[in-house]
Structure formats: structure tokens, C-alpha cells
Design a binder for this molecule. Structure first.
Ligand SMILES: CC(C)(COP(=O)(O)OP(=O)(O)OC[C@H]1O[C@@H](n2cnc3c(N)ncnc32)[C@H](O)[C@@H]1OP(=O)(O)O)[C@@H](O)C(=O)NCCC(=O)NCCS
Length: 189
């Protein structure tokens, strides 16, 4: 069997690591919450949806070259899985990737998503040598927009009527950051 190159990123309070198949119940705990998936194209998840998400994230982590870095966000204190953060290279030739994240509801408001997103972005520029990383957010997902601005992304525009989410066409705010614009850790905190 192909052996994957494990990805693990340690931050001040978190551990970002590859998913294991046994993680699906912890994922399901947040992915079945309608508040968590309110702005997402997926969800609320059934147990099968959550199991498939973890299976997919795990199997994509074995690809070589690896282009999908969907990582579990774990609290370093008790090792509990509290969410997911992903960096996905969708254009190798132009070294471009996109970033996304979500967190269990009882973990919101502690800066964890900012910490996870910032550190995975750093990994993307430093280790994966990306040139540009973008992210999208629903116009009324202010918490996510705050995160994207805090990690240094700039608003590039509004994609009109971009996504059909649970029967409604929604606009999407597009944010991005270039390699040379990224402020590395020592200067960030
Ligand atoms: C979006 C999400 C990841 C935020 O996680 P978090 O760990 O609470 O985020 P942080 O604490 O790092 O930062 C959130 C920022 O938004 C602000 N914020 C939080 N909730 C808010 C709200 N309802 N309205 C406005 N601002 C809000 C916080 O004050 C903070 O900004 P500040 O540091 O300038 O005060 C979390 O709410 C979530 O998982 N939501 C569901 C999934 C999702 O929407 N993912 C993003 C898809 S684009």
C-alpha cells in the first residue's frame, strides 16, 4: 500500500493533522449542525456524508504529488478534534490554491479558525511554494470575512449569483493573498 507523507502543523494552541478514518464521529458532531453548514454548499450531514468526507480527505492525502491538504483541527490541550481546515491546490501550473475551514459551534469565538487558517496559509507559501491563495465567503458570513482579512487576504470582488445553496442563488465574496503579501509568523502575532 502507498505510504502517505503525514502532514502535521503545530500552532500555539492547535495541532493540524491528517484525518484518519476513525475521525468520522468527531467530524459528524459538527457537520450535522445546521448552524455550522449554514453558509456551506454541504450539510447538514448525515452520518454517511461525514464518513464519506473523512474517507475522501484520507484517500486524497495519499496522492503523489499531493494537492489536497484537508486537515483536522485538534486542540493541543486534550487532543480533541474541533474542526477542519483545508488548502487545495487547484492549479499546479499557476501555483494557486484555495483555503477553507469550519469549526464545531462550541469552539467559535476563541480565534481558533484564524490560527488554523493563518498557519495553513503559511505552510502553503513556505512548504508548497504557492504563489496565490484565494478563499470565498458568503456576504453575510461576517465571522469568515473577518478571518480572511485578519490573515492578510484582500477583497477582490463579488461573484454575483455564484452558488445555488439549498435552493437559493447566493453571491460569493472573493478574497486572495499573494506570496509576497504574506506576513510571516514572527511579525504577525
Ligand atoms: C467562521 C468560523 C470558522 C469562525 O470561527 P472562529 O474560531 O469563531 O473565528 P475566530 O474567532 O478566529 O474569528 C472570528 C472573527 O469574526 C468575529 N465574529 C464571530 N462571530 C461573528 C458574527 N456572528 N458576526 C460578526 N462577526 C463575528 C469575531 O469577533 C472574530 O473577529 P475579531 O477577531 O476581529 O473580533 C466558524 O464560525 C464556523 O465554523 N462557521 C461555520 C463554517 C463556516 O462558515 N466556515 C467558513 C466558510 S467561508
Amino acid at each position: 500500500m502507498y505510504r502517505r507523507q503525514e502532514t502535521a502543523i503545530t500552532t500555539d494552541r492547535l495541532w493540524l493533522r491528517d484525518f484518519h478514518l476513525s475521525d468520522w464521529p468527531a467530524v459528524h458532531e459538527y457537520a450535522c449542525d445546521p448552524e455550522v453548514s449554514r453558509f456551506m454548499e454541504w450539510g447538514p450531514n448525515t452520518p454517511l456524508d461525514s464518513r464519506r468526507f473523512v474517507e475522501r480527505a484520507t484517500s486524497l492525502s495519499y496522492l503523489d504529488p499531493r494537492v489536497d491538504f484537508e486537515l483536522a483541527i485538534c486542540n493541543k490541550l486534550d487532543d480533541s478534534l474541533i474542526g477542519a481546515v483545508g488548502l487545495h491546490i487547484d492549479d499546479m501550473a499557476n501555483r494557486e490554491g484555495w483555503l477553507g475551514y469550519c469549526l464545531r459551534r462550541d469552539q467559535w469565538g476563541h480565534g481558533y479558525a484564524t490560527e488554523a487558517a493563518y498557519n495553513l496559509l503559511h505552510y502553503g507559501f513556505e512548504r508548497l511554494h504557492l504563489r496565490r491563495v484565494y478563499a470565498t465567503a458568503a456576504p453575510d458570513n461576517q465571522a469568515s470575512i473577518n478571518i480572511l482579512q485578519k490573515i492578510g487576504m484582500q477583497h477582490e470582488g463579488t461573484l454575483k449569483s455564484h452558488k445555488l445553496i439549498r435552493g437559493t442563488w447566493r453571491d460569493t465574496e472573493l478574497f486572495a493573498i499573494l506570496e509576497h503579501e504574506f506576513v510571516p509568523p514572527r511579525r504577525f502575532f
